[in-house]
Write a protein that binds this ligand. Structure first.
Ligand code: AMP
Length: 396
């Protein structure tokens, strides 16, 4: 498959799967246009070459043709971002889009109605995918956020474009960034895993242990490891039934010569509240009725040093309850450390769930090498899975 850069789209009708699943307010105005802007380079490349674009996306999870979830709501925002008029088809398959697509001229953009108005989108309907494919002569997938779903528009449709498909700029960048960690990471490679639960990260840990040299385990999930090793964790969050698993992970890491770094001290609170009383204590001596909600100063220093040693850094999950200001300092200190290492030449990738929210909230998104746009898709990639939307592009 060719890269989008090398393809000339002159006179081509290009069906592009974008991710326009954007948040809307009560007046159906787009409140965050990040995803629309993220699709812009691919759309402009096709238009500049002299092709036309037929854009398709889902919006929300409608269970019927609910007007609340109409993509008509985003037309004006899309026009603002692209700086051109956008045509809209109130159906995504059938007579209306077929006629509009037929008369579409080079330089024009047509947006199709919400794909999820048809249940065949999520069930991966072959006939539905074929109807979508009949609108165009080239297919681009630029929706990383849905690449882990074997849906009609993300996966099934690709088979109707033999030798006429490619990834868009956004999806290509996501794949390249994940490969920079999972396949060709410059050593030493560091993974930082935080967040609330070990259980949600087990598969990632198992999959990355072969690829990394250092593993930082922070945030709520670290307490299961500390308790499993005999530490006193007070009322800190802990998955009691995952303690054996935690010990097995530590053993496996040792076998694979991965150095594991756990917090050494913690900011403990006497309540899960921003106004709680707090004190710094050793990670394995947290008193009864107190819970660890953020990193302590020694931990910040240790983690800072590890981050500076590494050439490739993957970060998933906050190191404390960053949503509450008094417990955000460990996550901020880690973001600063990663920004510093990135500035000194390391490659840093942030992705999956809450770490992206944290990174954006504290303004680190411009200071790391790449912030992934896909929560679930990113997590499944790190688990070592081949995403159906990506696999479908390599078959003819
Ligand atoms: P996850 O979705 O697994 O990445 O978890 C993210 C959540 O973990 C965030 O909402 C944090 O507030 C929470 N978290 C991080 N550290 C702690 C902690 N020490 N105690 C309780 N929750 C935590």
């Amino acid at each position: 498959m060719n890269s989008i850069q090398k393809i000339n789209f002159k006179n081509k009708k290009v069906l592009i799967r974008v991710d326009f699943n954007v948040p809307l307010d009560e007046a159906f105005k787009v409140t965050d246009d990040t995803r629309i802007r993220a699709a812009k380079p691919t759309i402009l490349k096709v238009l500049k070459d002299g092709g036309c674009c037929i854009l398709m996306s889902h919006l929300g999870r409608p269970s019927f043709q609910d007007p609340q979830f109409s993509l008509a709501h985003i037309v004006s925002e899309l026009e603002n971002v692209l700086g051109i008029n956008v045509l809209f088809s109130d159906q995504c398959v059938g007579e209306a889009p077929t006629q509009l697509a037929k008369t579409l001229k080079p330089g024009q953009v047509l947006l199709l109605e919400n794909l999820r108005y048809h249940k065949e989108e999520t069930t991966g309907g072959l006939d539905f995918a074929k109807q979508l494919s009949s609108l165009a002569d080239f297919y681009i997938n630029d929706a990383f956020g849905t690449a882990h779903r074997a849906h009609a528009s993300t996966t099934v449709v690709a088979q109707f474009f033999p030798n006429a498909k490619c990834f868009g700029f956004l999806l290509a960048k996501e794949i390249e960034s994940i490969d920079k960690v999972m396949k060709s990471g410059k050593k030493p490679v560091l993974a930082i895993l935080g967040g609330a639960k070990v259980s949600s990260k087990i598969t990632i840990i198992e999959s990355i242990l072969d690829k990394i040299d250092h593993l930082i385990i922070g945030g709520g999930m670290s307490f299961t490891f500390i308790k499993a090793q005999g530490g006193q964790i007070g009322d800190s969050i802990c998955e009691e039934d995952k303690q054996d698993l935690a010990l097995q992970i530590l053993e496996l890491a040792a076998q694979k010569e991965v150095k594991v770094h756990l917090p050494v001290d913690v900011l403990a609170a006497d309540d899960f509240s921003p106004t709680a009383n707090t004190k710094v204590v050793d990670i394995d001596c947290i008193p009864k009725n107190w819970q660890g909600l953020d990193c302590g100063p020694k931990t910040k220093a240790v983690f800072h040093k590890v981050v500076q040693q590494c050439q490739t850094i993957l970060w998933n999950g906050p190191l404390g309850v960053f949503e509450m200001e008094p417990f955000s300092t460990g996550t901020i200190a880690l973001g600063d450390a990663i920004a510093e290492a990135t500035n000194n030449g390391s490659f840093s990738l942030v992705g999956g769930g809450d770490s992206v929210a944290a990174v954006k909230q504290f303004g680190f998104d411009t200071k790391v090498s790449y912030v992934s746009t896909g929560g679930g898709a990113m997590l499944e990639s790190l688990e070592g899975k081949t995403l159906p939307g990506i696999a479908a592009m390599s078959t003819h």
